[in-house]
Ligand binder design. Structure first.
Ligand code: AHR
Length: 496
């Protein structure tokens, strides 16, 4: 059947939270060292005062990143935050157990705060629930947020930072369920421990927002931990990476798993709230997401994925999911922000923007406002949907057609209420379509022209690199005729 898109601006879902376009900077591979921070850069690309790469910060600013999560990831589970403060020449080098490297501690809490300030972004700290104690966590919170005359607040002042950083977001451990995690726990044990940590952290600073460590959102871990923690946290975190296995359809249909995961997590939150008899807002912080094939780009080797057009379309589909689920997902952090599974790759000589940079920038700048309910009639993809965990979701979703539509769409009404913007991914590798877009009766914003921002290239394997960028955004203005033509394997964001 031919695709048709129906959009009714009267049927709004929720305001798109700008924090869904957040980032993540882990001490992993070349994200911090050689990415954000390179004081010895031979080509004078670093700021002489801060050591930050000026080119990296300038390109990251194009993405309007509202929050950066730090310092891991797996890294945090054996991280001693106290090693990363004070005079740099006194900071110890330590063995690092997540990626089996050495940590120089030249970049730590104060440098991260300085980075966030330079980016006009809010800091988000993930606590060490592996080797770290509650005492360490309380000390970190005191160091960052306290204005009292107490030891760690005074230590921050002594290190040259008189004002508290007011870090609002704190998460209770990272992937504590994973066998790769230092300090892996059973769900009940984690829930009991995190509950006690949450109480103490909120006693020290009641203004903070806490994030529980979830799994995929549809795992038993999520059910058990939410049941115990829903009364003390503000967000439940989930992590999903999609893999392509070299197959474009698998790559672009993959984010459907995240959509289903968000629906399941929302229900688990509702269930936990009903069982606890509480009425407070708990939403989802999707604090790690992206396209990542750990076989192609292993974590131990810095996970430097080299993305192609197919991956850019997968990222656009990921972002469509977050816009459609604006009612429940309030924070999402792409993993990660520089070099490591990232939209930006650096070398000592400069940087290039990966294919995935372009949809991310389009969403972060244009898909802000109120998410609208869209109904899409579309041909369906019917082939293989590995990996197995995506297949499992699809099999159990009662033939949920929205998971496999070739035409993948989200839409927003701008805050000024004078523009409808539509993000369309044509996931079909070979078919182009002309798609009627039917607006509901409440739509009085249609002009005579549409502005289109298109990400397309002739070959799905086209990518960007040191020799140039074959995949970029092309802008055009077209007369509005009531329908819109999408090329095969393309992404476009259009506003009217
Ligand atoms: O983002 C890379 C890694 O993926 C993170 O350190 C970890 O939390 C996840 O497994």
């Amino acid at each position: 059947s031919s695709p048709i898109i129906h959009i009714d601006p009267a049927r709004s879902i929720s305001r798109v939270d700008p924090r869904i376009y957040s980032g993540f900077t882990e001490h992993m591979g070349r994200c911090i060292y050689g990415g954000i921070y390179e004081p010895e850069n031979p080509n004078s690309l670093a700021d002489p005062n801060t050591g930050f790469r000026k080119d990296v910060l300038s390109v990251l600013k194009e993405l309007n990143v509202p929050i950066f999560r730090y310092p891991g990831g797996n890294f945090v589970s054996s991280y001693r935050w106290q090693d990363g403060i004070g005079p740099k020449h006194l900071r110890p080098r330590r063995p690092e157990l997540a990626w089996l490297t050495e940590e120089s501690n030249q970049f730590g809490t104060d440098e991260f705060m300085q980075f966030c300030k330079a980016m006009s972004a809010e800091p988000y700290i993930c606590l060490n629930m592996g080797t770290g104690t509650l005492e360490d966590a309380l000390a970190w919170l005191e160091y960052c947020n306290s204005s009292a005359n107490t030891y760690y607040a005074n230590l921050r002042r002594q290190n040259g930072h008189p004002e508290p950083y007011k870090v609002k977001y704190w998460s209770l451990g990272n992937e504590v369920w994973g066998p790769w995690q230092v300090g892996q726990m059973e769900s009940q044990d984690y829930a009991k421990k995190a509950f006690q940590w949450a109480k103490a952290l909120k006693l020290l600073d009641p203004s903070i927002q806490l994030i529980s460590c979830g799994e995929t959102g549809y795992a038993d871990w999520d059910r058990v931990t939410l049941k115990k923690l829903v009364t003390v946290v503000d967000y439940h975190s989930i992590h999903i990476y999609t893999v392509s296995e070299g197959n474009h359809a698998v790559n672009v249909i993959g984010p459907a798993a995240a959509e289903k995961a968000l629906e399941i997590t929302k229900s688990l939150i509702d269930l936990a709230k009903i069982e606890s008899g509480i009425d407070k807002q708990v939403t989802i912080c999707f604090d790690e997401w992206n396209v990542w094939d750990p076989v192609r780009a292993p974590g131990e080797k810095g996970a430097e994925e080299h993305y192609d057009l197919s991956d850019a379309l997968a990222v656009a589909s990921w972002l469509n999911v977050f816009v459609r689920k604006a009612d429940i997902v309030k924070i999402a952090c792409i993993a990660q922000s520089v070099n490591v599974i990232s939209p930006i790759i650096t070398s000592p000589k400069g940087l290039f923007k990966q294919t995935t940079f372009y949809p991310l920038k389009l969403f972060a700048t244009l898909m802000q406002g109120t998410s609208l309910n869209v109904h899409v009639e579309s041909p369906l993809y019917t082939g293989q949907t590995v990996p197995e965990w995506i297949g499992k979701l699809e099999k159990n979703s009662g033939g949920d057609e929205k998971l496999t539509k070739y035409i993948d769409v989200s839409a927003i009404l701008s805050d000024s209420k004078d523009e409808v913007r539509v993000a369309i991914v044509n996931r079909n590798a070979t078919e182009a379509y002309t798609i009627p877009i039917r607006f509901g009766p409440a739509c009085d914003v249609l002009g005579e022209k549409v502005k289109v921002h298109e990400v397309w290239s002739a070959d799905l394997k086209d990518n960007n690199g040191w020799d140039g960028e074959s995949v970029q955004t092309v802008e055009k203005e077209l007369p509005w005729s009531g329908e819109y033509s999408v090329k095969q394997h393309s992404f476009q964001c259009k506003s009217s």
